[in-house]
Design a protein around this ligand. Structure first.
Ligand code: ADP
Ligand code: MG
Length: 194
């Protein structure tokens, strides 16, 4: 199978995702959220990493509320202003702990939230512009999650890629720094890459 060029596929998937209506985002996101919630790894997780959606990304905010209500520790990323490509992770205890930050993303407030030096959540919910069936991911092109996933994680932890069905593509041209996820949940598929 031919490897797809990352930049081409990134821009075409972003265009397609940008055209989704609010109701399409809502209905597909609901299915993806339910799929994540159906997994024992989510139910049993004591600590989870989540993101706040932008630009028609899968709306995982119900997972944020579910996690807080069920007493999970929630981490969310905060991009460093002066170091592109690097995220720090804050512990979020309520939606009020989030502030509008880089790229218009809601981020944990640096003065309100604890930012541990290293985190090792049980479940990491990873957004993407595209994923292939091996778990490889295309992001916005900053390598943010590749850098995070390069850090050693707790044994048994699970990186879950979430995307809409059309963001699942054939083999992505993998570069040496690209890190795969272990589970992909779309509104139509559940994939456990080997
Ligand atoms: P994305 O994963 O967001 O689609 P890329 O995989 O194209 O983006 O990565 C963007 C940049 O990030 C690359 O130039 C790469 O060198 C850099 N990068 C990715 N992971 C690391 C890492 N672990 N350490 C240093 N640089 C990295
Ligand atoms: Mg990458």
């Amino acid at each position: 199978m031919i490897d797809l060029d990352k930049n081409e596929i990134r821009s075409s998937l972003l265009t397609q995702r940008g055209k989704l209506s609010k109701s399409e985002v809502e209905s597909m996101s609901r299915k993806i959220v339910s799929s994540v919630q159906s997994h024992a790894e989510w139910k049993n997780a004591a600590e989870v990493l989540l993101y706040w959606p932008i630009k028609n990304e899968v709306d995982v905010t119900p997972l944020f509320r579910d996690a807080l209500e069920s007493g999970k520790k929630v981490y969310m990323p905060c991009c460093r202003r002066d170091e592109p490509g690097i995220m720090d992770f804050g512990v979020v205890r309520a939606e009020e702990d989030l502030l509008q930050g880089s790229f218009g993303i809601k981020e944990p407030c640096r003065s309100k939230c604890e930012f541990p030096d290293a985190i090792s959540p049980d479940v990491m919910i990873i957004p993407g512009v595209g994923f292939d069936r091996k778990g490889y991911r295309i992001g916005f092109g900053g390598g943010y999650y590749d850098r995070f996933l390069a850090h050693p994680q707790k044994a048994g932890s699970l990186a879950v890629g979430v995307c809409y069905y059309f963001q699942l593509v054939d083999n992505i041209a993998v570069e040496e720094w690209d890190k795969p996820v272990q589970l992909i949940c779309t509104d139509k598929d559940v994939i456990w890459p080997k």
